[in-house]
Unconditional design. Sequence first.
Length: 400
Amino acid sequence: MVYHPPQKILERYAEVLVKFALNSGEGVKKGEVVLVQVPERAKPMLKALRKAILETGAHPIIQFLPDDFSREFYELAQNHHLEFFPDKYLKGLVDQIDHSIHIIAETNPKELEGIDPKKIMTRDKAYKKYKDWKVEKENQGKFTWTIALYGTEQTAKEAGISVEEYWEQIINACFLDHENPVNKWKDIFTEIERLKEKLNSMKILNLHVNGENVDLRVGIGEKRKWMGGSGRNIPSFELFISPDWRKTEGKIKFNQPLYRYGNLIKDIELEFKDGKVVSSKASQNEHVLKEMIASENADKIGEFSLTDSRMSRITKFMAETLFDENVGGEHGNTHIALGSAYKDSYPGDPAKVTKEEWEKLGYNDSVVHTDIISTEKRTVTATLEDGSQVIIYKDGKFTI
């Protein structure tokens, strides 16, 4: 029997996404247009989202996505199918919308296992303009987005727990057990804002992440700011920055598996030299990892992130990056993203920065943005502009 949580829970969930997460904590406004992308399995969530959007006076555009629909495309697609880009349709869509909500509801997390990863990368590359148009509009302050998770029996099985336990994690993580979860999220964002201000005031040159399976140096670079609490993802407890990719050195092993491109990749190890991945390993689906890294600029870092274990109520592996990159647990988590940087890590107006200036500052650009996570014990030490060193993160907690 298919499990759905109580409608009251879904309505609270929708309230958080529509009336808080979008517009960077302010919610949508009357007359705005919201693209809502929801898989077939999460239809009850679609109804809750449409209700919340209509209550604000905004306009929903619905994309109802069929389950288990991707594999056949890649099995049948010829090169001209993979490279096709519906530019007029997608440009018009981007021009029309003010916000987007995307719900993840996997019914087959390994749907594309065995598909040639080159096909998947070719398709992603073809759609890069669509991503770029949204980023450009976001940088102009005219577009916001958020992503959330709808629990399914299949994903719960991958995580090794029941679907009811899976939903308990979602409910706790998103504060849906509170009468007014929006107020609770505002409290969380207040603490994230305090940490951001402290980190941004420290004038950090580089970070040294050190632990049993990590010895990694991440150079921050000029004209950067720490981010978090934007409402992009629900839940989101992380503080992150898009560093200068050229200043990444060292090794890191990730103890959390990665579900990506319809495949499960395990025990990822990366080595960086002069800012690029020079060695990559995985115990499962290593060929998918290597094909991803072979994509243009996917061998460079686009994001470095830390989550404080005191904020996150996620205590279990969820087999979904959105939650796993925000897990609390004993040691919090560190994750890096290979691929594109977040341009709003720039402290000025990103809409005024040219492509040449982005390259000069070391902001990476790629069709790929893949978060890879470690929850092992580690210490993060910052070297400041005056040469002093300060431990900013230890035992899963910020120390500032």
